[in-house]
Design a binder for this molecule. Structure first.
Ligand code: PFF
Length: 452
């Protein structure tokens, strides 16, 4: 099943470079902003347990399927399915869907990335200190109300993403992940040590790890499945694309587990840090999406070393968001460069510009366009919901079915390798791809669509 390499294709310099880049894609706003707040809203412990089970039972198998398809085909997100099946195969559909998801997700992700930059700037300028809780809470509202400020930070964020992707795989993506990811680990470790000395640390651990089934509603279980996709960057070919830069002999299972483990660990550590702060001041863990942008800045001003903590925290979040956004843009750029033989520089600039343009609609959703709604949803809500509740799950399900039924046992055995338990692992992987993962996704989908 080995395919010839495209002669001009770049490859990761080594395994570590790939692990850092894949972790860079996975670790993002989903881990530091979304995971803590949905855990807070869903009551903690039991939700976390279900989330962990989803990562293991649904996330890791699809993660492996994507890497395998990329590595074997050595192609972009659309052509990879043709190389693995036949030219013109209807299985290209998840590839097209992946491109659409990359466009849509990056358009609003870069707007939120812009908010993070705005908060980093305010932290650096020490603009939160000396203000009342109400005033600090109002900062997010004033950012939302200002189209100019939003578009400025949005442009800056998108500019950073474009300038990294433009430089190509080794000099751009690999190099920046090698710098930003270790920096992110160090900042996170420093913040964790600081959290250790907060009075709320013990309660944070209890909240995250002690089961409390009563607090969890069925919708929470479905949210856990959906989030396991988003957080691992699954269902849209980001990992097919990154996997396609792997040498064909590179082993996948250990790599996939390492990245999934890193992603999970970082979400949990972010949760411990955030809830240690929240519980130290007896605040509501279920504050929702504003937890990071209102609750935290408010609390940082009350802590010893709050200035540095705030600067480090928002820097960390911007690094995480940046490396994820890079992987989203790369899906589109690789596809276009390979299928249209266009230059990477021009393609990246044009794609970045188009996505920025689309993102303007999201940035204006909280001000000028706040009245333009479909049902009760603004443009921002719509793209967010459409991608995470429909596109990613459908894409993930199709990729999983393709791996399980079309590529079948041979592919599962190739992934599992030759170890002692390889046979059992291959069987587990194949049936998970054939049945477990698609069924779990089907449940999320039906629920998601009913919720619309
Ligand atoms: N995994 C990223 C996060 O958790 O923030 C989001 C993401 C990045 C989703 C890349 C999909 C993707 F292709």
């Amino acid at each position: 099943m080995d395919m010839p390499h495209t002669p001009t294709r770049s490859h990761w310099s080594n395994r570590l470079a790939f692990i850092l880049a894949a972790a860079g894609s996975a670790v993002g706003l989903g881990n530091i902003w979304k995971f803590p707040y949905i855990t807070g809203v869903n009551g903690g412990g039991t939700f976390v347990l279900i989330y962990l089970m989803c990562i293991a039972a649904v996330g890791v198998p699809i993660f492996l399927a994507e890497l395998f398809i990329g590595q074997r085909s050595q192609r972009n997100v659309v052509e990879s399915f043709e190389v693995m099946d036949r030219p013109g195969t209807p299985w290209r559909l998840p590839g097209w869907l992946g491109l659409a998801s990359a466009f849509l997700i990056l358009s609003f992700y870069s707007v939120v990335g812009g908010w993070v930059l705005d908060f980093e700037y305010r932290s650096l300028m020490n603009q939160f200190a000396g203000h009342s809780d109400e005033e600090i809470k109002a900062v997010l509202g004033s950012l939302f109300a200002s189209p100019g400020r939003q578009l400025f930070w949005h442009a800056l964020f998108m500019g950073a993403v474009v300038s990294i992707v433009m430089r190509g795989l080794n000099a751009g993506i690999e190099r920046w992940n090698k710098i930003l990811m270790p920096a992110l680990f160090v900042l996170l470790a420093l913040l964790l040590v600081r959290a250790l000395f907060l009075p709320g640390f013990g309660r944070a651990l209890e909240f995250l790890f002690a089961p409390n089934a009563e607090a969890l509603k069925p919708a929470g279980i479905l949210e856990a499945v959906g989030h396991s996709f988003f957080t691992l960057s699954l269902g849209m070919g980001a990992l097919i694309t990154y996997g396609s830069y792997l040498q064909s002999r590179e082993e996948l299972v250990r790599t996939a587990f390492t990245v999934a483990l890193l992603d999970t660990l970082i979400a949990l550590v972010a949760g411990v840090i955030i809830f240690s702060v929240v519980f130290s001041f007896d605040l509501d863990a279920g504050a929702g999406p504003t937890l990071m942008f209102q609750t935290l800045p408010m609390l940082f001003t009350k802590m010893t070393g709050g200035y540095f903590i705030s600067v480090a925290f928002f820097l960390l979040v911007s690094f995480a968001a940046l490396t994820s956004a890079v992987s989203l843009l790369e899906v589109i750029v690789t596809y276009w460069v390979e299928t249209h033989r266009k230059s990477r520089t021009v393609t990246t600039l044009v794609a970045g510009g188009v996505i920025y343009g689309l993102g303007i609609l999201s940035a204006l959703s909280t001000n000028l366009l706040s009245g333009v709604k479909l049902g009760d949803k603004t443009f921002f809500d719509l793209v967010d919901k459409l991608t995470s509740s429909v596109f990613l799950p459908v894409g993930g399900m199709l990729i999983s079915l393709f791996f399980g039924w079309v590529l079948g046992p041979k592919a599962a055995e190739a992934v599992a390798g030759k170890g002692k338990y390889a046979h059992v692992a291959a069987l587990g992987l194949m049936w998970s791809a054939r049945l477990v993962a698609p069924l779990a996704v089907a449940v999320v989908l039906v629920h998601g669509l009913r919720d619309w």
